[in-house]
Design a protein around this ligand. Structure first.
Ligand code: F0G
Length: 451
């Protein structure tokens, strides 16, 4: 048998509504052509994000009923600690309401004012939190990552020469920590190799720089390592994940991805002084340390989700789903960022609609076009998201992110048909102009008009 099937069956269903083309025209106008401003009920297939959109398992729902809602010392917290410790080896766990809260607490605690934080590619909230704390966020991913057609197997890798040069130039005292994002979301959901993680850690430690993971998609990264890295085929994704975490001095995690839950985050630390300060910050801003910003039932669902995500059949199905979408789009001639990422396909809008220059947001035009013709919602990752101020976006992408365990193969086939149809009509796509935008993270609330 060749078909990799969904390793689950469906117990609860949620209807999705198809709007008419005419309805979508007025929905788009009311939303000022910003897909974040559209009501989810007006979306047929929602590929805006893989974050917090997971379908939970029957075991997770059962765990929710066991949630201990005690303010302090809840049983659910200790169950979460056991689950996280088993997978990551970290003894000290701070639960937060989501990834960006972990980031904020980390940067406020470690202190980044006037300093530089390198990463392969910072996610937008990570960059924004560093800048909000007065630091500078620097992307040092390998050059292949900026070439959408390069099929490098570990396109998320950190460029060690660039990191080494940065340390040489600025001095280790100006670098309070170094991060690596696994998988590299802003660079196309691309994995980082174990060898690369090892070398980054060695380089950092030689200079006394703490090494942190942004580990939202740690299980997908581990699976890619198992499939692609020489000599690791016989290892389990679980043991590879453990080795990745063993290299790190700490990690920020949005549990809304590979935690397989709808809300939640973690901050993992080893340094005792840092833990002490971070815990005080957590109490001030998120909640008592045994629940963070979460309910007891959320802690239970996460404890269970972290175990399920490392199931090899789940990971094989998960990665194959995204790869299948990518393969079919490439067959149809649609330019995408290759190879397919772990959680999403990134359409290359620069090549899809070359008639639209970056200042007229080709990615946004493509995303609007896809919603207009098919009711599918993706997200622009290009000059709308990263084109503010001094930052120029090297790529113009539209991300189609796959919620975990939510859509079936016929949903994916519909997406393939829609993108293929839009590609046929690509010469009709029109650029946009921003009419209103906030000072930071403008993609969430900017207003546009079509040119
Ligand atoms: N780091 C990475 C790599 C992320 O992808 C995200 C979120 C975060 C941190 C922040 O976590 O949302 O729980 O506060 N990414 C989502 C996305 C929003 O759509 O890619 P959060």
């Amino acid at each position: 048998m060749k078909t990799i099937i969904e390793p689950f069956r469906i117990k609860v269903v949620e209807p999705i509504e198809l709007t008419t083309r005419q309805e979508r025209e007025s929905i788009l106008r009311e939303a000022h052509f910003n897909l974040f401003a559209i009501k989810a009920e007006n979306v047929l297939i929602d590929l805006l994000t893989d974050s917090g959109t997971t379908a939970m398992s029957s075991e997770q729902w059962a765990a929710i009923m066991r949630g201990d809602e005690s303010y302090a010392g809840a049983r659910s917290f200790f169950r979460l600690c056991d689950s996280v410790r088993e997978i990551t080896g970290f003894d000290h766990i701070l639960p937060t309401h989501q990834g960006r809260a972990s980031e904020r607490i980390l940067f406020e605690t470690i202190g980044v004012q006037g300093k530089i934080v390198p990463n392969n590619n910072h996610f937008d909230t990570t960059r924004a939190n560093i800048e909000h704390c007065g630091g500078q966020a620097l992307d040092l991913v390998i050059d292949e990552a900026r070439d959408p057609q390069s099929r490098h197997p570990f396109k998320g890798n950190m460029d060690l020469d660039k990191l080494s040069a940065l340390i040489e130039r600025e001095g280790a005292e100006r670098i309070p920590l170094c991060m690596v994002t696994i998988t590299n979301n802003s660079g196309g959901g691309q994995p980082v190799s174990l060898a690369n993680l090892r070398r980054v850690k060695e380089l950092c430690h030689r200079h006394g720089i703490p090494f942190f993971l942004d580990a939202c998609r740690f299980a997908e990264n581990a699976f890619f390592i198992r499939k692609r890295e020489k000599g690791l085929q016989d290892r389990s994704s679980r043991s590879i994940a453990r080795e990745m975490f063993d290299l790190a001095d700490g990690a920020t995690i949005s549990a809304k991805k590979d935690g397989l839950v709808n809300i939640g985050g973690l901050l993992l630390l080893r340094d005792h002084e840092l833990i002490h300060q971070a815990r005080n910050n957590l109490i001030l801003t998120e909640g008592f340390p045994t629940y963070g910003g979460l309910a007891g039932r959320d802690l239970e669902a996460l404890a269970q989700g972290l175990q399920e995500v490392l199931d090899e059949r789940y990971l094989a199905y998960r990665i194959r789903t995204v790869e299948y979408l990518g393969e079919k789009l490439v067959e149809a001639g649609v330019p995408i960022l290759e190879p397919p990422g772990g959680h999403a396909i990134y359409i290359d809008a620069k090549r899809f609609c070359p008639q639209i220059p970056p200042q007229h947001f080709p990615g946004q035009a493509l995303a609007v076009g896809l919603y207009r013709i098919a009711g599918i919602r993706g997200v622009e990752i290009g000059s709308v998201m990263f084109g503010e101020g001094a930052h120029q976006s090297p790529m113009e992408l539209v991300r189609l992110a796959m919620p975990r365990r939510v859509y079936t193969q016929s949903h994916i086939d519909y997406v393939i048909e829609a993108v293929t149809e839009l590609y046929r009509l690509r010469s009709e796509l029109r650029g946009l102009r921003i009419t209103e935008a906030p000072p930071t993270l403008r993609h969430f609330s900017a207003k546009f008009e079509e040119l």
